[in-house]
Each structure stands twice: as C-alpha cells, then as structure tokens.
Write a new protein. Sequence first.
Length: 224
Amino acid sequence: MSDAEFTALRQRMVAEITVHTVLQTGRLGKAALSRRVMEAMGRVPRHAFVRQDLQHVAYADTPLPSDCGKTISQPFIVALMTDLLDLQPGDRVLEVGTGWGYQTAVLAELGAQVYSIEIIAALAEEARRRLARHGCTQVQVRIGDGRAGWPEHAPYDKIIVSAAPDWVPVPLLEQLKPGGRMVIPAGVAEAQQLLLIEKDALGRLDSKPILPVRFSMLEEPEPG
C-alpha cells in the first residue's frame, strides 16, 4: 500500500476512535479525548508496528497479533490510556510491556522521555528495531520484569502498563512521583478493570476504575 493510502486509513481510524469515545461517554465522563492525543494517533504509523501480513488491517480499531502469543492493543485503548496519563512534553514515563513499540511511539510522539520494559527478549529487540526505524530517539527499551519497574530512572511523572497483573505491583507505586499518574489494567482475565491511579503531593494514592477491559496477563520471570 502507498503512504497516501496508509494516511487515509489512519485518519479513518482516528474517526472510529472518536465515535468509540462518544459511545463510552457514560463510563468515561467525557465525549472526547484530548486533541493532542488524537493528533498523535493520526501521525504515528501503526502499520510500522504490526506484522507485514497484517499491514492491510493495521488501522482497524481492533487488537492485532504480533509475536510470541502477544497482541498489539486496540487503537481506542491506546488513545484512551494515553489520554488518561495527561502527558506533558518532557514527562519521564515508565512503560511496562513494550510489545512491538506502538504505544511507546505514541508516547514519544507526545514528547515523553520513555523508559520501557519488556520481559520477552524477542519482543524487546523487535521493538528497538521498529522504534529506531521510526526515529524515536527519546526511548530506552530494557529486557526485564516490569513488576519491579526501573528504579534507576525513578521517579516517573507517569507510568503506563500494557498487560494486566492480578494486583498493582508495589514497586510501581513507589516509583511514581508525587503528583504523578499511573494507568494500568488489573485483575483476573474475566474481571479486569482499567485503573487510573493518582499520587498527590503528600504521596497519598487514589484509584479510579475507568472501564472493564481484557488484556494479556502481565508475565512473571521464569524461576531460576
């Protein structure tokens, strides 16, 4: 497909996200996501972060399989989670679950300095290649256990988690800066909720459920 065709499909995807958001107004408490986020979704080439054989459906508002039994999140969910972070240019963001780097690229497009952790080495290496090809220079990808965070670069203004733990890992809460936000799916597969967690200036935490979701479970490292 040509660049012009991909651009047209990307704009159609943005329109579908807009409609999806309106349909979720009752749960979200608003009928639109931020213009900055929607413009970023309209610029980042999702087809550059999916399998070659799926590029023709890269801009469908649906999850897509990547590798190692994992998926790339639905564009609406990527946009919603990014919107909930309320990113500001220069924010230090911890991302848990790099996958092939699509969500990472959206964060970088909004001016974030991204520290991303992926437990599966093959996915991390592929994400590095794809992000470099896309020109994302303010991203570091590390292979490791996302539950432990990345304390060397903490604290973080924002934390985003792209796979669901049974409960919110304490190290991630500890690495969130006062005044910061975390967006994370949590719970068992049949009863997951997308949560917005905010830490106030005194370090107190407030958790707000946003909507029911279905994410891959956050993997733990193999013993030994």
